[in-house]
Design a protein. Structure first.
Length: 267
């Protein structure tokens, strides 16, 4: 458990301080002053922080995190799993993500409305040409490396019941987003990602699921930006029959994918 706490602390430390270092250098290089940096740090910098700054900060965070976790061998990446020909597992890992999207949004709609601390930032990033890199490539790779490849791996060695380890890692994953609106979905998807890591012993299936999940959200916003602020029933123009049919189809995809993965993944 101590190792898992060390890993989450290291991850959060990098996530907090590395971007601010990037912002400080960016502001100074753009002709700003130390006073401007402190204003931004205190949330009084107006529109000084741009999408390009955030994406650059995220890229720096990702590189530092990956290098640190691999250098310290907190997480180990090996091509051995792929050499076994587990391409069908990657396929079903991608498909299972499609089955989680609608049920997750529907369940979130049933909950009380939670504050969205990242809504405006997400919209700003996604409109940037490099937004896809941050949301769909950096995030899946780094988060699976840290939360499954390091934290969950450590917890699985600590607890005899693997579901206890998966549950704790899911809580860590949800809280680490620091955004109440994202936490329910992050927690539920982390349970699935944790089970996939436990069954496969590799972070690659999780990366595949995570990539498809984030890419689907990215494409949906790009094509239907208004949907981001709508309830699911509003997206279906109040047609509950179509909504429930879509949910049934999604759940079928989810269950079939889980069945296939359970057959094909060997612990």
């Amino acid at each position: 458990m101590k190792k898992a706490l060390l890993y989450i602390f290291a991850f959060l430390f990098i996530q907090f301080f590395a971007p601010w270092a990037v912002y400080a250098v960016w502001i100074l290089a753009s002709g700003g002053t130390v006073t401007d940096i402190f204003l931004v740090f205190n949330g009084k910098g107006g529109n000084v922080i741009s999408a390009s700054m955030i994406i650059t900060g995220s890229a720096v965070c990702s590189v530092i995190t990956v290098v640190l976790f691999l250098w310290r061998k907190w997480a180990v990446v090996s091509p051995a799993w792929l050499k076994k020909g587990n391409w069908d597992v990657l396929f079903w890992s991608a498909i299972i993500s499609l089955g989680t999207l609608l049920p997750s949004v529907w369940l979130q709609d049933l909950l009380p409305e939670l504050p969205d601390a990242m809504g405006d930032t997400f919209k700003m990033i996604i409109r940037n040409p490099f937004g896809y890199l941050m949301i769909c490539l950096f995030a899946p790779l780094v988060e699976e490396l840290v939360f499954r490849g390091a934290i969950l791996k450590s917890l699985l060695k600590t607890f005899k019941n693997h579901w206890v380890a998966i549950l704790i890692s899911a809580v860590f994953f949800a809280v680490a987003h620091f955004n109440p609106a994202q936490m329910p979905h992050a927690f539920l998807i982390a349970l699935l990602l944790g089970w996939m890591y436990y069954r496969s012993g590799s972070i690659l299936p999780g990366i595949a699921l995570h990539w498809v999940n984030n890419t689907a959200a990215y494409i949906t916003y790009m094509l239907f930006p208004a949907a981001a602020d709508m309830k699911l029933i509003e997206v279906y123009n109040g047609d509950t029959l179509r909504l429930y049919l879509s949910l049934v189809i999604s759940v079928c995809i989810l269950l079939i994918s889980i069945y296939q993965l359970n057959r094909k993944m060997r612990r």
